[in-house]
Design a protein around this ligand. Structure first.
Ligand code: NAP
Length: 536
C-alpha cells in the first residue's frame, strides 16, 4: 500500500498550495481530486456569469513573486474561465500534476491509533496510507439540491450552478426557470436573461447586491498594480478581510445625514465589498446597519421600473451583510427586461412539477430548463460526505452532530494528524479565502516541520482548547449582526444541520496573530506525542 507523509484531498487553491509547500519541504505528498482537472470551485462552477467577487489582484496567490509577475489579470474581477486558466498555469509552473490523482474520490479515511497514521480508501487509486491527512476540500464544494416537491416529474433539464456541464448548456430561446438568488443566482440571472427566450426567477429571499462595475483593467493600471504587489499584499495581510481595500475608516452613526448619503453613494459607485468594509459600525449597530440597508433598497427602487417587482427585490428580513453580500453586474436592471419574471415563492410557494411546468400555489410556469442556484452544504459538507473516523472509530459526522468546530479552524480533537484548510472556526469565508488558505498552509507547514524536527508522530487538538476556541468564535459572532440571519454561515440553509455560527468573525489579521502566538508558545492547545514517549 503506498505510504505518504501527507495525503491532500482536493486540488483547488488550497490543495495546490499545500502540495507545493509541503513537497518543497521534503514531505512526500499525494493529492486526491474528484475532478478531472485542478481549480476546485472554479473547475465545477461554470455557470454563465460565474466570476470572482474579490478583485483579481487580491484573489490570487501571493507566495510567488514570479507567478505574480508572469500572470496578468485582464479584469477588475476575473471571470471563471480566466481563474481556471490561472489555476492551470500555477499547476504547470510548479509541476504539481505529477503528484495529483485526478478523477478519484476518497471514500473513507480511518486513523490508525497504533501506527499514528491514516488509512485512506479511494474509488480509483486503491488504499493509501499517510501520516497526515490534509482536507483541502473547500468551504463551498458540496452543492445543495433542495427537496422540491415532485421535481422528479419534470422532464426538462435540471442543472445546479455548481455542477454546470463542461460542454455548456444551450439556453438560447428556451423557457428557463431559476431557483435561488444568492451570489450564484445574482451572477447567472443577467447572463441567462440575455440568452433565454424567457427567464422566470423563483425568489424565496431577496439578497442585498452591490454593483461590481467590472471591466477590463487598462494596461497602465495593471502595470502599476504589479509594481505595487508587495505593498498591496502586506496591506491585505494586516487587514480584517485579507484584502487591500481601505477598511473601517467611517462610522455611520458619527456622520450627518448628508455625509452618510454621500459616503454610501461613493461606496456604491466604487462597488463591491467595500460597501460593507468601509463602515466600522455596520455589522455591530442595528441602526447603522438599517441606514446602510435602506440606501440599497432606495437604489433598487430607483433601478427597477415596476414598483411591485422593486418591492419584492428589497431585502427586509435580515441586516445587510449578515448574509454574504452579493456583487453583481446588471442584476437589478435585468428585472426591467420584458423576458424576465420575478416570482416570490415565499408568498406563493412551489407546490410541485409536471413534465414541463413548475407549479406554485396559485400559478404554473412552463419551463424547458430549471437552474438550481440553491447553494451548498457549506463549511462541513465535504468533511462529512464520507466516513472520516478518528480515535475509537468515531466519525467526524457524529463528533459534529451538535455543531461543527475545529481548533483554529484547522484541527479537530479526536482526529490526530488530520488538518482542515479553512475549516469551521477559521476566518475563511469572511476573508479573502486565498489569503486565508495561504496563511493556513504556511502555518501548518511550520507545525509539520516542528513535528519532524522534534520527532513528533502525533499532533492532536486538545478538546478544551478547541471548545474555548469555538466558544470565542460564537461569542464574537453573537456580538455582531452576523447571527441575525438564517445564513449558510450558521448552517441554516440545510434542514437538520445544527445551527452553529462557523466562521471566525474577528478578522484575518487578529486570527493570524493568534496563530503565531500559539506557535510561539510551543503549539499551545495541541497534544504533541514524541517518539520517545511512545516507546516508553
Ligand atoms: P446561497 O447564497 O446559499 O443561495 C442559495 C439560494 O437558493 C438562496 O436564495 C436560497 O433562498 C435559495 N433556495 C435554496 N433552497 C430553496 C428552495 N427550496 N426554494 C426556494 N429557494 C431556495 O448559494 P450561492 O448563491 O451558491 O452562494 C453561496 C456562496 O458561494 C456565496 O455566499 C459565496 O460565498 C460563494 N459564491 C461566491 C461567488 C464569487 O463570486 N466569489 C459566486 C457564487 C458563490 P433562501 O435565502 O430563502 O434560503
Amino acid at each position: 500500500m503506498p505510504e505518504y507523509d501527507a495525503l491532500i484531498v482536493g486540488a483547488g487553491f488550497a490543495g495546490l498550495y499545500a502540495l507545493h509547500k509541503l513537497r518543497g519541504l521534503g514531505f512526500s505528498c499525494r493529492v486526491i481530486e474528484a475532478g478531472t482537472g485542478v481549480g476546485g470551485t472554479w473547475f465545477w462552477n461554470r455557470y454563465p456569469g460565474a466570476r470572482c467577487d474579490v478583485e483579481s489582484f487580491s484573489y490570487s496567490y501571493s507566495f510567488s513573486e514570479e507567478i505574480e509577475q508572469e500572470w496578468t489579470w485582464s479584469h477588475r474581477y476575473a471571470m471563471q474561465p480566466e481563474i481556471l486558466v490561472y489555476a492551470n498555469f500555477v499547476a504547470d509552473k510548479l509541476d504539481l500534476r505529477r503528484d495529483i490523482s485526478f478523477g478519484t474520490r476518497v471514500t473513507a479515511a480511518a486513523y490508525d491509533e497504533k501506527r499514528h497514521n491514516w488509512r485512506i480508501a479511494t474509488d480509483a487509486a486503491g488504499e493509501l496510507r499517510a501520516r497526515y491527512l490534509v482536507m483541502a476540500t473547500g468551504c463551498l464544494s458540496v452543492p445543495k439540491v433542495p427537496d422540491l416537491p415532485g421535481l422528479g416529474n419534470f422532464r426538462g433539464e435540471v442543472i445546479h450552478t455548481a455542477d454546470w456541464p463542461r460542454e455548456g448548456c444551450e439556453l438560447a430561446g428556451k423557457r428557463v426557470g431559476i431557483i435561488g438568488t444568492g451570489s450564484s443566482g445574482v451572477q447567472a440571472i443577467p447572463i441567462i436573461a440575455r440568452e433565454a427566450g424567457h427567464l422566470t426567477v423563483f425568489q424565496r429571499t431577496p439578497n442585498f447586491s452591490i454593483p461590481a462595475w467590472n471591466g477590463p483593467l487598462p494596461e497602465d493600471q495593471r502595470k502599476a498594480m504589479k509594481g505595487e504587489y508587495r505593498n498591496l499584499r502586506s496591506k491585505a495581510r494586516n487587514s480584517y478581510a485579507g484584502d487591500y481595500a481601505d477598511e473601517y475608516y467611517l462610522t455611520i452613526m458619527d456622520m450627518t445625514a448628508e455625509q452618510r448619503e454621500a459616503a454610501f453613494e461613493l461606496r456604491w459607485r466604487e462597488g463591491g465589498f467595500n460597501y460593507q468594509y468601509a463602515f466600522r459600525d455596520m455589522m455591530d449597530d442595528p441602526q447603522a446597519n438599517e441606514l446602510a440597508a435602506d440606501f440599497v433598497r432606495r437604489k433598487i427602487r430607483a433601478i427597477v421600473s415596476h414598483p411591485a417587482t422593486a418591492a419584492a427585490l428589497c431585502p427586509k428580513d435580515h441586516p445587510i451583510g449578515s448574509k454574504r453580500l452579493c456583487v453583481d453586474t446588471g442584476y437589478y436592471e435585468t428585472f426591467n427586461r420584458p423576458n424576465v419574471t420575478l416570482v416570490d415563492v415565499k408568498a406563493d410557494p412551489i407546490t410541485g412539477f409536471t413534465a414541463d411546468q413548475l407549479t406554485t400555489r396559485t400559478h404554473s410556469y412552463a419551463l424547458d430548463t430549471l437552474v438550481l442556484a440553491t447553494g451548498f452544504d457549506a463549511m462541513t459538507g465535504a468533511l462529512t460526505a464520507f466516513d472520516i473516523r478518528g480515535r475509537a472509530g468515531r466519525t467526524l459526522k457524529d463528533t459534529w452532530q451538535d455543531g461543527a468546530g475545529a481548533y483554529l479552524g484547522i484541527a479537530v480533537a479526536g482526529f490526530p494528524n488530520l488538518f482542515v484548510i479553512t475549516g469551521p472556526g477559521s476566518p475563511s469565508v469572511l476573508a479573502n479565502v486565498i489569503l486565508a488558505i495561504e496563511q493556513h498552509v504556511e502555518w501548518l507547514s511550520d507545525l509539520l516541520l516542528y513535528a519532524r524536527s522534534h520527532h513528533i508522530t502525533e499532533i492532536e487538538a486538545d478538546s478544551t482548547a478547541q471548545d474555548d476556541w469555538m466558544s470565542d468564535v460564537r461569542a464574537s459572532a453573537d456580538r455582531t449582526l452576523y447571527t441575525h440571519a438564517n445564513s449558510w454561515y450558521l448552517g441554516a440553509n440545510v434542514p437538520g444541520k445544527p445551527r452553529v455560527f462557523m466562521p471566525y468573525v474577528n478578522g484575518f489579521s487578529i486570527y493570524e496573530a493568534m496563530c503565531k502566538a500559539i506557535a510561539a508558545d510551543g503549539y499551545r492547545g495541541f497534544h504533541l506525542l514524541r517518539q520517545t514517549e511512545e516507546a516508553a
